[in-house]
Design a binder for this molecule. Structure first.
Ligand code: PEP
Length: 254
C-alpha cells in the first residue's frame, strides 16, 4: 500500500558552515543508491542552501540526486519582517522543499497550527514541497492523548490548498527528538495509521499516498526496523544527518 519511494530528509538545524560543503560533496558521491529507490534531501541552514543546491545539482549519473530544503519560512512574500526568510527566497536560493511546524519552532517560537497552515500556503505558492511536522509531548503521551494531539495538528496545520499537491507529513514525537528515545514499532504504526486517517479525513483521497515520515532519534542502528513499519514513508533525521557516514547508513537502510 501507499507510496513505494521512501524519503530520507536530513535536518541540519543551526549547524553547518561553508566548510561542511566538502563533506556534503563526499556524501553525494557515496550515495550510489539509484534515484528510483529513495529520495534524499538535506535541509541546511539558509546560508548553505544556494551553495549546496549548486553542488548537488551536479549529480553524477548513478549517484542519488540530493534535494535541498529550508527549515522554515515566513508566511508573507516580502516586507518588514527582520530576520525572516520567505518561501520565494528559499526557492530562489535553490530549495525544493521546506520543513514547517518543527516542534522546535512550535515550542521555541510559539508557532500555532494556524501559523503553520499559513506557512504551508506560502510554500505551495512559491512552488516548494512542504514537510509538515507534528507530534506529541511526553506529557501528552503519558496522558494517553498522543493520537488526539496529532489528529488535531493535522486538522489545524494542513490547509485545503494541499489537495492534489506534493507534500509530506513528519510524525516527530517531541520526546524522541535528540534524546535517543524512540516509540516502539507498534506505537509508530498506531500513530501513522491515525495520521493517515486524519489526513484523508481532512484532504480526501488525495492524501492516501502522501508520505508520512517518522522522525526522532533515527540512527543507523534503528533505521531499518523503523523504515519497515507499515506506512512509514521515510525518515526525518536530525543529529544523525550531521555525520555523513551515519546519514548514508540510514539512506542505505531503505
Ligand atoms: C528533528 O529534530 O527533526 C530530529 C528528528 O532530530 P533527531 O534525529 O536528532 O532526534
Amino acid at each position: 500500500m501507499k507510496q513505494s519511494v521512501k524519503m530520507i530528509v536530513g535536518n541540519w538545524k543551526m549547524n553547518g558552515v561553508s566548510a561542511s560543503l566538502d563533506e556534503a560533496r563526499a556524501l553525494q558521491a557515496a550515495l550510489q543508491v539509484g534515484p528510483a529507490a529513495v529520495r534524499v534531501a538535506l535541509c541546511p541552514p539558509a546560508t548553505l542552501i544556494a551553495p549546496m543546491a549548486s553542488a548537488f545539482g551536479q549529480a553524477t549519473s548513478n549517484a542519488a540526486v540530493v534535494e535541498i530544503g529550508g527549515q522554515d519560512c515566513h508566511p508573507a512574500t516580502k516586507g518588514a519582517f527582520t530576520g525572516s526568510i520567505s518561501a520565494d527566497m528559499l526557492r530562489d536560493a535553490g530549495a525544493r522543499l521546506v520543513i514547517l511546524g518543527h516542534s522546535e519552532r512550535r515550542a521555541g517560537f510559539g508557532e500555532t497550527d494556524t501559523d503553520v497552515a499559513a506557512k504551508v500556503e506560502a510554500a505551495l505558492t512559491a512552488g516548494l514541497e512542504p514537510i509538515i511536522c507534528i507530534g506529541e509531548t511526553l506529557e501528552q503521551r503519558k496522558a494517553g492523548a498522543a493520537i488526539a494531539v496529532v489528529q488535531a495538528q493535522i486538522a489545524g496545520s494542513l490547509p485545503q490548498a494541499l489537495v492534489g499537491r506534493a507534500f509530506a507529513v513528519a510524525y516527530e514525537p517531541v520526546w524522541a527528538i535528540g534524546t535517543g528515545l524512540t516509540p516502539t514499532l507498534e506505537q509508530i504504526a498506531e500513530v501513522h495509521a491515525a495520521i493517515r486517517e486524519a489526513m484523508v479525513g481532512t484532504l480526501g483521497e488525495t492524501a492516501a499516498t502522501t508520505p508520512i515520515l517518522y522522525g526522532g532519534s533515527v540512527n543507523p542502528g534503528n533505521a531499518r526496523k523503523i523504515l519497515g513499519v507499515e506506512d512509514v514513508g521515510g525518515a526525518l533525521v536530525g543529529g544523525a544527518s550531521l555525520k555523513a557516514a551515519d546519514f548514508i547508513s540510514i539512506v542505505r537502510a531503505v
